[in-house]
Design a protein around this ligand. Structure first.
Ligand SMILES: Cc1cc2nc3c(=O)[nH]c(=O)nc-3n(C[C@H](O)[C@H](O)[C@H](O)COP(=O)(O)OP(=O)(O)OC[C@H]3O[C@@H](n4cnc5c(N)ncnc54)[C@H](O)[C@@H]3O)c2cc1C
Length: 381
């Protein structure tokens, strides 16, 4: 399915949020509230929530089409893409009561569930070494620790939090002993939870979070205690595929900008795009974008067929992030000096798309995954 109608309506919505809108926010490091509101009202952010909870009930490819089109229109879906998929942990592993309690609010946008606290400053990519600890005390858990890069926390009501409930040394396996909680940040802020924004090279609303004896009701535990790592892993393929689709959208935007500019900019009495030194890099980045897009589609096909798509989701993320950054670099080169001027949006999108070489998983870790799990090479770490 190509979702032509959905793509057309996303593009139409994005026309109301042109470059000036994003540039102003970028300068002020401000959150795109109006854009997020418009996306929410249109139902796009509820794409993956089943209809019985008030969502649209689209398959993952529908959400991928929406996010790709936002990026291809010059916008930045990172401000709210997690509202689409973070709820997956509740949907797949939550109890009937939890689903009924949270999903309808997330579907209509009344409740924001777009913060996901996994990464910690000391453990980094080594998730099993997280230190944030949730200690059971009667009908509560008491949480202490720290998260970093918890994006959109200031613009979210709820957070999905991964914490240890058994120390790593005491767990049977290093992947055991972690649990997932749903934290109501509206109640928690000022009562054991502190959020501090981190300024970054692009406008991303990311934060660090401190837990100081934060009390969370035991009923907010998702699934079984100690199995949280598996629950979080099960959502990662979907996240990687969606981010890959965004990167394809970014690459399309850069390639379109570069081609249009190369046709109209005249130097030495002819369009710069007539020079093979200018047109070949654009053509190459187009070929790489198309190849990455095929891998995204293959990952989506396997995901939707219920097959194991770990390798394809990882490869899609890596190839699409490479394609978008290559296209970003080509666009800057094609624009020459003007590529660095704010008013063309190239430098802003260049900064934004650079992130995906590192987050939500860095390229090295994808290569390690392929080496170990697909090619059978020895584990390198
Ligand atoms: C803007 C932004 C938003 C983010 N949003 C979120 C969020 O909402 N929630 C969340 O939980 N996290 C979030 N993250 C965290 C992100 O997932 C991590 O930054 C990423 O997984 C890398 O972890 P790290 O920064 O700790 O790097 P480290 O683990 O310290 O790694 C540093 C470098 O070393 C490399 N490296 C490490 N180990 C190996 C190895 N064994 N072999 C080869 N190379 C290795 C890595 O590839 C990387 O290049 C965000 C990050 C950023 C920058």
């Amino acid at each position: 399915m190509t979702y032509d109608d959905i793509r057309a309506s996303v593009r139409k919505l994005c026309e109301g949020f042109p470059g000036e809108y994003w540039r102003k926010l970028d300068r002020e490091m401000a959150y795109p509230s109006e854009f997020v509101r418009a996306l929410t009202e249109s139902g796009f952010l509820a794409a993956l929530i089943p209809e019985e909870y008030g969502g649209v009930g689209l398959p993952l490819s529908g959400a991928a089409a929406i996010l790709e089109e936002i990026q291809a229109s010059g916008g930045n879906g990172a401000s709210c893409h997690a509202q689409m998929y973070v709820m997956g942990t509740v949907l797949r592993h939550g109890s009937a009561v939890q689903k009924q309690k949270y999903l309808p609010g997330v579907a209509c946008g009344k409740t924001r569930l777009q913060a996901f606290g996994v990464t910690e400053p000391t453990s980094g990519t080594d998730t099993t070494s997280i230190m944030t600890f949730a200690r059971r005390e009667g009908d509560h858990y008491v949480i202490n620790g720290q998260k970093v890069w918890t994006s959109r926390a200031e613009h979210s009501d709820l957070m999905i939090l991964l914490a240890r409930t058994t120390l790593k040394e005491k767990a049977a396996k290093r992947t055991d002993g972690m649990s997932v909680f749903i934290v109501d940040m509206r109640e928690a802020r000022g009562n054991g939870l502190t959020i501090r924004p981190i300024r970054t090279m692009m406008n991303h609303a990311t934060t660090e979070i401190f837990f100081d004896n934060l009390k969370v009701p035991a009923e907010n535990l998702i699934g079984e205690e100690g199995k949280g790592f598996r629950y979080v892993l099960s959502g990662m393929n979907a996240e990687r595929i969606l981010i890959a689709a965004e990167c394809v959208g970014d690459a399309r935007w850069f390639i379109e900008k570069a081609s249009t500019y190369a046709k109209s900019r005249e130097v030495f009495g002819r369009p710069i795009g007539q020079n093979q030194g200018v047109q070949f890099p654009i053509a190459k980045s187009y070929a790489n974008m198309r190849a990455a897009d095929l891998m995204v589609k293959e990952a989506l096909r396997k995901f939707e067929a219920g097959e194991d798509c770990g390798a394809e989701a990882n490869m899609a993320k890596m190839l699409a992030a490479d394609a978008s950054f290559e296209a970003a670099n080509v666009a800057i080169q094609t624009y020459g000096g003007f590529g660095f001027a704010e008013e063309y949006d190239i430098e802003r999108k260049f900064r934004e798309t650079r992130l995906y070489q590192v987050a939500p998983i860095s390229t090295n870790l994808i290569l390690s995954y392929l080496a170990e799990h697909v090619l059978g090479l020895p584990r390198s770490y």
